[in-house]
Design a protein around this ligand. Structure first.
Ligand code: FAD
Ligand code: DLZ
Ligand code: SF4
Length: 508
């Protein structure tokens, strides 16, 4: 019996469970560029280009390896326009009755496949280190699902940075050595860039014609689009940037978009790199004396800790997770997130780089765009939609827990034990943005006061009932309570006026 083997645009790995379970001689691989996937949110054009180009190259490689691949390009006249539609069309064409698929990374697509009138065999995605069953076992009976404890399990499971049953260097986490402020100079020239080949150019033309009006700059396009290139990008990062990754992980510079970050998340998320190979390379750099423990532990924690943990949370919490609104925030996403003018330099720089690169690093996402949306009380569904659209690495299983949970505290504290909010002081410490901003970061009220300073106290006051008994926030409330009453009134009045101007669409 012939079966169809579905390979989605973020499943471009030779060792995908559906391919491992398939028969190269009898089964047929189905890959399709479809409008439903390209349109379910209005993705950044670079993201669509990366996925289509990588899909085309992967299909070519599979054919070279002897697979019968039925590939549909977006403009093919027969293209049914959706993944289930394409599977049904191929089933009719080939007489296949069963579809093998590796579990997709989004509830929406899982439901669409399950609704199809074809027999479906859905296999676990074993490209992750923890299976969903293992995550459930870990979560069972715990009051709080904290990443740090899950991470230790993953260290034990993989053996990364272990010295017998103890953590290498005597500690599980070296973060107190990280978090250094922005440096004056960066001696890493940025992630490896690739000149588009013929396949990539054809995709860029297609994306320009069909999605050129969406938010985001398509060209220049330098992402890796196959496994070989992605591996070179990884090796480049390990050699030139990993040693300083830890120290400067949280720093931000107005004229340097990448600092010592890897920019490998898109490659990991679409399957061009595996988490194991990435961590093996990082650990080898530590064992060879090339990179220090704080850098390597910090990096490995992001991958076997955070990345695995957020996926576990997404599937553990269920399909309603992305729509949660635990703080009942209702403001519309301000226009400045789409490139509208703003005098806040940190925000304008983060948005500008997002538009150009489809990339911003973690602290820009969390403490600039995320922090501002949370302080301003923006509806988390709109924030979620924005992050899913604009970043090249955004797939719901990883984006939603980071945005809705970690950044917007809209899941009521499943992921974060307190909201990630800060005044301008944090941004000033970690970046050089404030030096050239229209606002003064040291000014707390009055003309030219940094909006983060006003909104920070306004947020804490609005949500006092929810947070004042949180031991990690008690100090903040004590500081607020010690302030002179007139001053507190001025802060709240100015915050209100600022939010009114923001909602009215004025340039703030
Ligand atoms: P590096 O800083 O070099 O880190 C190395 C790797 O660790 C990354 O490639 C990534 O695979 C992994 N990693 C690091 N932090 C996380 C994390 N919190 N969750 C999952 N993996 C992590 N990451 C995504 O892959 N897709 C998203 O859609 C996404 N949305 C985010 C939204 C918000 C609001 C926030 C705060 C974070 C989000 N992240 C997301 C996590 C993180 O910002 C990116 O993984 C990281 O910026 C990718 O860049 P990099 O490869 O240079 O990472
Ligand atoms: C993101 C994306 C896009 C833009 N286009 C396609 C596509 O045309 N065909 C495809 O198979 N996959 C695409 N993807 C990735 C899917 O949206 C992704 O598999 C789901 O969101 C689950 O993570
Ligand atoms: Fe951002 Fe405030 Fe600094 Fe301006 S002063 S860059 S608004 S934190």
């Amino acid at each position: 019996m012939t079966r169809l083997v579905l390979v989605l645009g973020d499943q471009l790995s030779e060792d995908l469970s559906a391919l491992k379970a398939a028969d190269r001689d009898g089964d047929i691989v189905v890959m399709a560029e479809v409008m439903t996937e390209a349109e379910y949110v209005e993705h950044h054009p670079k993201k669509i280009a990366l996925i289509f180009a990588a899909m085309r190259k992967f299909a070519a490689r599979m054919r070279d390896d002897g697979w019968d691949v039925r590939y549909s390009e977006l403009d093919d006249t027969e293209n049914a326009g959706s993944i289930p539609g394409e599977l049904l069309r191929r089933a009719e064409e080939t007489g296949a009755e069963e579809v093998l698929v590796t579990r997709p990374g989004e509830w929406r697509l899982i439901a669409a496949l399950e609704d199809m009138p074809l027999r479906l065999r859905m296999l676990g995605d074993d490209r992750f280190i923890a299976s969903l069953e293992e995550f459930e076992d870990w979560a069972k009976g715990r009051k709080a699902l904290r990443m740090e404890y899950f991470y230790r399990e993953m260290r034990r499971k993989t053996g990364f940075l272990m010295d017998g049953d103890k953590p290498e260097g005597g500690q599980w986490n070296f973060d107190h050595d990280n978090r250094k402020p922005a440096p004056d100079e960066v001696d890493f020239g940025g992630p490896m860039q690739f000149t588009p080949d013929e396949t990539v150019e054809a995709v860029l033309d297609l994306v320009e014609a069909r999605f050129g009006d969406s938010f985001g700059t398509l060209r220049p396009f330098h992402f890796a689009t196959d496994q070989g290139q992605a591996r070179r990008a990884l090796a480049h990062f390990i050699k030139h940037a990993l040693p300083k990754f830890g120290d400067l992980q949280d720093a931000m510079l107005r004229d340097n978009r990448f600092l010592y970050h890897a920019l490998i998340s898109p490659y990991l998320n679409i399957g061009l790199l595996s988490p194991m190979e990435v961590c093996e390379a990082a650990e080898a750099a530590y064992r060879d004396g090339h990179a220090p423990i704080n850098a390597v532990e910090g990096f490995i924690r992001q991958i076997i800790g955070w990345r695995e943990y957020v996926r576990g949370i997404y599937f553990h919490e269920g399909p309603d997770y992305p729509r949660r609104n635990g703080l009942n925030h209702q403001r519309k996403l301000p226009w400045l997130y789409w490139g509208g003018e703003t005098h806040m330099l940190c925000l304008s720089k983060a948005v500008e780089q997002t538009r150009d690169e489809a990339y911003a690093h973690h602290i820009q996402r969390l403490m600039i765009t995320g922090n501002f949306a949370l302080l301003a009380g923006v509806n988390p569904a709109e924030v979620h939609d924005w992050y899913l659209r604009v970043y090249v690495d955004a797939f719901e299983w990883v984006e939603a827990p980071n945005t809705v949970g970690m950044s917007q505290f809209a899941d009521g504290g499943v992921i974060a034990s307190k909201p990630y909010v800060s005044s301008g002081a944090y941004i000033n410490r970690m970046s050089d943005y404030c030096k050239s901003c229209h606002y003064s970061v040291t000014k707390k009220t009055g003309e030219g006061a940094c909006p983060f300073n006003l909104l920070y106290w306004d947020f804490l006051t609005r949500h006092r009932e929810r947070f004042e008994n949180n031991p990690r926030m008690a100090q903040m409330y004590r500081t607020w309570d010690r302030m002179d009453e007139d001053r507190r009134k001025t802060v709240l009045k100015e915050a209100d006026a600022f939010l009114d101007r923001l909602s009215a669409g004025e340039v703030v």
